[in-house]
Design a protein around this ligand. Sequence first.
Ligand code: GLY
Ligand code: MN
Length: 483
Amino acid sequence: MHTATPTVPSRLFVPQGNGSPQGGADLADVLRSRRQRLAQLIDFPVLLWSGTPKSRNFAANIYPYRASSHFLYFAGLPLENAAIRLEGDQLTLFIDDTSPEEALWHGPTPSREEIAQKMGATEAYPLNALADKALGTATLGESDETVQMLEKALLKRGIVIPRHHPGGNQALEKAIVQLRMIQDEGSLTAIRQAIAVTVEAHKMGMRTTPQAQTEAQIRAAMEAVIIGQNMTCAYGSIVTVAGEVLHNHHYHNSVGAGDLLLADVGAETSDGWASDITRTWPVSGKFSATQRDLYDIVLAAHDFCIEKAQRGVEYQHIHLIACQIIAAGLVELGILKGNPEDLVAQDAHALFFPHGVGHLMGLDVHDVEDLGDLSGYAEGRERSDRFGLAFLRLNRPLEVGMVVTIEPGFYQVPAILNDAKNRDRYTSMVDWERLEQFSDVRGIRIEDDILITDLGCEVLSKDLPTTAAEIEDLVGNSADDYQ
Ligand code: GLY
Ligand code: MN
């Protein structure tokens, strides 16, 4: 039976100028080196798909397109509806040239040959050549339905397994995790560019706050800096006075003089490299005494984790350092009762710090999380079901070249604090009346991106201050505006 090859429109975009691939390093060289490293880990050919744009209700209106991170890692360019074949040192590109009708709506685009040259591909073909040239290649498993359709038709696969399925190619997944976990010079250049823009976005958010009436206005000011550099956001921005909602993607609240504003916003370069920074600042420009007490505890945890982050140290140990400092600080404030070590052993800190202290970062803000815990957890390790460890996304010894976040926090989450089981279990460990005095703190998080180096670690986002006094200065004392 003849199976018609499904066709999807392709629009090619090869970024130029600012945000150039891999931060301006020679793209072909960067990609060749990645292929060579892959070839040391596997000895079979691989096919990676870019992905396809998705329609919003009708075909001509699409959601913002983002190429697959695995494709970007080896192709360097955010192409649409393309595939690459990797075998040893060889790179083959599969993409259709733009038709005149597509050019009418989307403008002229580089030819297949031009794109191939930029990537250092040795051969380049239209997509339907996959039927001859890519049979027998290993793939990563696909969730994109259009790609599944193409894979079935062109690679003659009976079924296409979803991404990170037990029946998937484990050797390929492990090899890709091993490569993407350690950043090379090309990726670091791009990550530094993303971070530099994010630092400016946060400063703009702080400066804008005194004049802002709503979270939405502060978000807009921050994202304007990112968009103005022709970058995009690496994830849905969190800009909220309800910082206890960990991934809060609503921006409708008004901001008031007594509020803390938590902003977790990160730029992404045009070739897909992420950044991830969080700061928390007082809307009035001045922390209250209670806000300042808790802010300084989170900052102490942040600083000590960074001091201890170096090659060979278990990331779970860094997480437990944060738990320990937060527990000790809360005991000092009279919120928790008991010995900090015992409190952490019983997960009492997790009442207020329920997430992990951070994660890998690279092309994805939580890097390679599409492969589940294969990236975050060393072989043989599994997630704990302990209240205080279950959300730890990274449990590996730190290695030179890893980029990770350090993001301790303090939150008053009603669903945790009012939970009858927690109330019962932790009744003697929490001074609930004392806690009420801190009701002007809903959520505090301080997050930086660090690179593990030979000497310890480098705080890539160090240009954005963290101390309460510096943050107050950046916001500007606008207390008068609120009287
Ligand atoms: N930036 C959001 C997160 O790390 O989960
Ligand atoms: Mn993060």
